[in-house]
Structures are given as C-alpha cells and as structure tokens.
Design a protein around this ligand. Structure first.
Ligand code: MG
Length: 336
C-alpha cells in the first residue's frame, strides 16, 4: 500500500520516520557524508574533522517540569554533536513564532537557551526569526544547528559497535516523554517527575579521555532506547542482547507507563546516552560516567553479539527472550 500523505507516524522517530528518510530524503540528496546517517554529518576541512548537525523542536507544551522548548533545543543539538565524539562549538537558532505568543514566554525561552548554551559551553552565533499568523504554527517552533570539532584519533560512529561490546545507558529511561505527556494531559502526581533534558558533551569528553574503546554513542530521543538500539544493530551489522531487569526506570515513570499502556523502551529521553564500549575497558568508562553530573545512574543493560546481525533481543524478567523492534506507529506526537 502506498501512502500519498504525510502521517503523524512519519515524525515518530521510529520505523516510518526511518523509511521516509531512507526512501525519500537520502536518494534525493545522495552523497557519502549523508549516507552515514549518524547523529551528525562528519567531514574534513583543511585537515580538521568537523561534525555538523540540525534538529527542530515542536514540543507541546512548550513549558514542562525540568525545562522548556528553549533548553531542549540547545541540549538536543549539543548532544547530537557529542554523540559523534565532537566538541560542540557554535549553534544557530531559527525561531518560528506564532502571532500572539507572549513576550514574557519568549523571554523565558530565550533565557533558558542562554543558560543551556552556557552549561554546554557553546555559543549561539547566528539565527533567524519568523512570525506566522495565528494558527499557522503552535506558539513557537525552534530549529538549532551546530558545528563541533572532532579531536584527532576519535572515531565514534553508529557503524562501529562490535561483538563483545558492553552497552551502557547513562541513567533512567522514559523520563522526558512521560513528563511531557502527563503535563499535556494535565495529570498530576504525588512525586513530580521531570524531563531529563541535559547537555551530555562534558561527560562524553571524559568518557573518550578514559578510553579509546568507546565505539558508538547514541542519545535515545524520539523512538526511545528500543529504536536507538535497532539503529546501531543495523548500522554496525551486529546483534544486540539486553536484559529487561537491568533497564533503569523510576518507579513512578514505570507506573505511568503501565497505567497508560506505554512501553518505556520506546519513550523519548533528552538527557541520556547509550554507549557501546569495548569489553576490557567498560568498567573504567562506567565509573567515569557515574562520577559525572548526568551519569550518576549509569549501568550496563546488555551487550553486542555476533549472531542475528541487525536484530535486538531482550531477555525478559520472566526469563523468556523477545525481539525488540523499532518503534512502529506514533506513540507520542510532538514530544520534542
Ligand atoms: Mg540523536
């Protein structure tokens, strides 16, 4: 069945988004840099390796516990650069503002961007502002692009995971997606959960300094951990085995997932990373992450195997094994 219109599902970050990119965008713009399909484009200019990335934010609501669309937009691009081992340097900001947005809200968003840029140690050096009539956008959409420098000798890519690698998650999963969802639905809870939006570049730099066996990194944003693991399995042509009981998840987040029928493996994170690290050095890398501000709850969730390339398996709590596919269907639209 051919689809003649864009569906919300195409924005999920899961299977439909991947087909849209692979079937429509990549063939149209075909080139070897784009073909890598990592979190940033990587290329050399005059002997320097650069990373270049872009991302657009349409989160609803624009303010939520733990952050707002502004810091989300800065952290997201900072993290996409960091996932390629780059030191993020300069960001651009494009604002699409709906007529009627309050000046106070806009100022709050810009302040959050400034503070996020300061924390990540990047400069916002260029930008653009457009205003569209009421109803043509929803309050504000933000695009950020960024460039970073990849230190010599660093070679981190979704293509580089190899059998024997340990898979580390930097902390609890599904916090961001569940926070935005509950905020949108006006649900309140006794123990407030909040978005994990955070810049991960400083932690990544420390991880790379601790070991040259950090093979692949990915921030499991839209599509969640389940989708990111599938991306790496496909890019690196390896199998991945994870353990359900090893997945760190806050009790209240897990409770809400159960209540609303969401699988936390597919819920978005905005301040977490998955690291694929060589078997001899994972302890050192894990310790480095645990000592870092945004990696305190880091832990091993699985490993890379040689069998079943391209597939992700999960050993469940009850001892059975199930296949973890890429996210299909739109679970939570406008989550970032
Ligand atoms: Mg990413």
């Amino acid at each position: 069945m051919s689809i003649d219109k864009i569906l919300l599902d195409h924005g999920s970050g899961g299977k439909a988004s991947h087909s849209l990119i692979a079937d429509l965008l990549v063939p149209e713009f075909e080139n070897p840099i784009l073909a890598q399909l990592d979190d940033s484009a990587i290329f050399d200019i005059e002997g320097k390796r650069l990373a270049f990335s872009t991302d657009t934010y349409v989160v609803d609501p624009i303010f939520f516990p733990g952050g707002n669309i502004g810091d989300l937009a800065v952290n997201g691009t900072v993290n996409d650069l960091a996932m390629c081992g780059a030191t993020p340097l300069y960001l651009s900001v494009g604002l699409i503002i709906e007529e009627g947005l309050s000046m106070a809200d806009l100022k709050k968003i810009l302040k959050a961007m400034r503070e996020a840029a300061r924390k990540a140690d990047v400069l916002i050096v260029t930008g653009d502002t457009k205003v569209v009539p009421n109803g043509a956008a929803d309050k504000i959409f933000i695009n950020t692009s960024g460039v970073g420098l990849i230190p010599e000798g660093t070679n981190i890519s979704g293509h580089n995971a190899r059998p024997g690698d340990k898979i580390i998650i930097s902390g609890t999963i599904a916090d961001h997606g569940i926070t935005v969802l509950t905020q949108r639905e006006g649900m309140t809870f006794e123990s407030p959960i909040q978005s994990d939006t955070a810049p991960l570049n400083h932690m990544v730099r420390e991880m790379i300094a601790a070991s040259d066996q950090v093979h692949a990194l990915r921030d499991p944003t839209r599509g969640g951990v389940g989708t990111s693991l599938n991306e790496i399995a496909a890019q690196s042509k390896v199998g991945i085995k994870i353990y359900e009981e090893a997945l760190p998840i806050r009790e209240e987040v897990s409770g809400i997932c159960e209540l609303l029928g969401f699988d936390p493996l597919y819920v978005a994170n905005e301040g977490k990373l998955l690291a694929f690290v060589g078997p001899d050095v994972w302890e050192k890398v894990l310790e480095t992450m645990k000592a870092s501000e945004y990696g305190k709850d880091a832990c091993i969730i699985g490993e890379v195997v040689a069998d079943s390339p391209g597939k992700v398996f999960m050993k469940t709590r009850i001892g059975s094994t199930r296949i973890v596919n890429m996210l299909t269907g739109e679970q939570l639209p406008r989550i970032c």
